[in-house]
Design a protein around this ligand. Structure first.
Ligand SMILES: O=C(O)CCC(=O)C(=O)O
Length: 275
């Protein structure tokens, strides 16, 4: 797909998200799933907890995925032509587990200012209402940041179990994606997702987020890579770019990046969660 159409951009501006956008073939999505599952098999727990972040620093397949032309073309329509990758996260909900994501706004704790950034959620498996796809509260991005209760529920996939209460579910819209499609969402849209009731895993690979080069990190340090255009501001430290799978130097880089990310996510919190 070329850049987003005017209609898609209007939809994003009005609702705070846009989907579906075709970015990978089913075969490419399956290769990404296989990469995850081969890491899980050889190194159990490596992608768990904090380890679910920055997988693009240790795997060339994920690194290449972040540079997918269709993704970047769509992202460019929203944040402009100078694009940095400032993080990736795997949101995996296994069958028969109770994982969910409470309603929240990404911008609340992430420290990226100004909000010239967008989150790309790529479906590695199909994502639908049965297996706990995301739900967006359309138009909620136009309001200020809301109060979040910090609940630290064991099954919540968010760091602090941060929760906006009393979201009208009937007003939210499901983001239904086929494997290989992506959605883009705004930093302040209220969104969340329910549990996976299917017999298979639901896997989302999330670039969290693509940021414009004018976006600074005001709470700590994030490790970036240039995806397109120029980095005129040079606010951030650059991460390794993996040339081979699980190189020790890249793993060290990922671990440092994760330590710094954890400081951002738990800034001001008395308690540390499992992610
Ligand atoms: O994967 C999910 O269900 C939620 C992910 C999410 O909240 C996000 O990508 O911002």
């Amino acid at each position: 797909m070329p850049k987003l159409s005017d209609q898609q951009i209007n939809f994003y501006n009005e609702k705070g998200y846009i989907s579906p956008i075709d970015v990978f073939s089913t075969k490419e999505a399956k290769e990404i799933r296989d990469e995850i599952e081969s890491i899980e098999k050889k190194w159990p727990n490596f992608l768990e907890g904090l380890g679910r972040n920055y997988v693009h620093i240790i795997s060339p397949i994920f690194n290449k995925a972040c540079l997918n032309k269709r993704m970047l073309d769509a992202v460019e329509s929203i944040i402009g032509k100078n694009i940095l990758i400032c993080g990736t996260t795997l949101f995996i909900k296994n069958a028969n587990e109770k994982g969910f994501v409470s309603f929240h706004q990404d911008a609340k704790y992430i420290g990226l200012e100004p909000h010239n950034w967008v989150t790309a959620w790529v479906a590695i498996t199909d994502a639908n209402e049965n297996n706990g796809c995301m739900r967006m509260w359309p138009g909620s991005h136009k309001n200020n940041l809301k109060h979040h209760n910090q609940k630290f529920d064991a099954n919540n996939l968010l760091t602090r179990g941060q929760t906006i209460e009393n979201v009208p579910i009937e007003e939210t819209e499901p983001v239904i994606l086929k494997a290989g499609q992506m959605s883009l969402h705004h930093p302040t849209i209220v969104h969340g997702s329910g549990i996976n009731k299917s017999n298979d895993r639901r896997i989302g690979f999330v670039v969290q987020s693509y940021i414009g080069d004018n976006v600074n990190q005001v709470l700590g340090k994030m490790f970036v890579q240039l995806a397109r255009g120029k980095d005129r501001y040079k606010y951030h430290q650059y991460s390794n770019i993996p040339e081979e799978f699980m190189n020790i130097k890249d793993i060290e880089c990922r671990d440092i990046a994760n330590e710094e990310l954890s400081k951002i996510f738990y800034n001001g919190s008395k308690k540390i969660g499992k992610y």
